[in-house]
Design a protein around this ligand. Structure first.
Ligand code: CP
Length: 317
């Protein structure tokens, strides 16, 4: 199933900022065509047999690393997780030296998460390997945005022309940036909602609307995407107390009434229950949080397949 005249030309997936609308839709369609395999008794197809991927995570992860590993294994790629805390990084090896050594073992792809923005981009310029950004500092997390878009498209029937609110710690969030870039390319209206410390006016330069009031920001939206307060990236105090933050900005039974009746509630995880979102909303009927996680495997299969097969779409099942 080659997409009409479309050719994938990238070695790496570093962010959504650089992706065209056609590239985003291509990855979503590829993921859609691949997700069926996850419902089979034998969740394995041979399309990446002989290929190998290494995950190199300098920050913790539950969802991203596991789903990349599952995605690779489902497509028969050999996937190897390097535990950075048990690697030669603790002896002082630089990340570029680590990647050069991985490259010397004839690996095809490296999936990197790092606390510093721009590290995957630097590595991509200095290796022949395909590089996937699995989250760099506060910068980008492209596979998360793609799985978010796929979830929205599945639940809303479209991924264009919607009203979408992103609520919470936008300032420190790579998920927010990757989603804003991708959603704006697909002509969505994006509201960024939170206190001034988390949602500076400056974000309007990305074509988003800034709100410091939850009722105004959620008014009439189709999608509410709640973000975690990233305490590990806060060098100073960004809100007086957690109780006060929750009072004004928690997405809960009361505040979701501002959104459309059929709005869906999203969160990339991990969640601070009772802080940015209440447990009853997180576990409630409007929540698609675990559906996002399920789509993460399909999206990561699509990303691996696209980068490692040169974007051929025809035998992707
Ligand atoms: N959403 C996300 O990136 O989760 P992990 O940190 O568990 O990978």
């Amino acid at each position: 199933m080659q997409k009409d005249n479309f050719k994938w030309n990238r070695k790496d997936l570093l962010g959504t900022y650089d992706l065209s609308k056609e590239e985003i839709i291509f990855l979503l369609d590829t993921a859609k065509s691949m997700e069926e395999v996850l419902n089979r008794d034998v969740k394995k197809v041979p399309t990446l047999r002989g290929k190998s991927c290494v995950t190199l995570f300098y920050e913790p992860s539950t969802r991203t690393r596991t789903s990349f590993e599952l995605a690779g294994k489902t497509r028969s790629a050999d996937t190897i997780n390097i535990s950075v805390s048990a690697s030669s990084a603790v002896k002082g090896e630089t990340i570029l030296d680590s990647v050069k050594n991985i490259e010397a073992m004839s690996v095809d792809c490296v999936i990197i998460r790092h606390n510093n923005s721009g590290v995957p981009h630097f590595i991509a310029r200095n290796t022949k390997l395909a590089v996937i950004n699995a989250g760099d500092g506060s910068h980008e997390h492209p596979s998360q945005a793609l799985l978010d878009l796929l979830t929205i498209r599945d639940y809303k029937g479209t991924i264009e022309g919607l009203n979408i609110a992103i609520v919470g710690d936008i300032l420190h969030s790579r998920v927010a940036r990757s989603n804003i870039f991708a959603l704006k390319k697909l002509n969505n209206n994006v509201n960024l909602v939170g206190p001034k410390t988390f949602v500076p006016k400056d974000f309007e330069k990305f074509g988003a609307n800034v709100f410091h009031n939850l009722e105004e920001g959620l008014s009439g939206v189709d999608v509410v995407m709640v973000l975690r307060l990233q305490k590990e990236r806060m060098g100073k105090c960004f809100y007086p107390t957690e109780r006060e933050y929750a009072k004004f900005f928690s997405v809960n039974r009361q505040s979701i009434k501002y959104a459309k009746e059929d709005a869906i509630i999203m969160h990339p995880g991990p969640v601070n229950r009772g802080l940015e979102i209440s447990s009853d909303v997180l576990d409630g009927e409007k929540s698609v949080v675990l559906a996002q996680v399920t789509r993460g495997v399909a999206v990561r299969m699509a990303v691996l397949y696209t980068l490692l097969s040169g974007g051929r779409f025809e035998d992707s099942n």
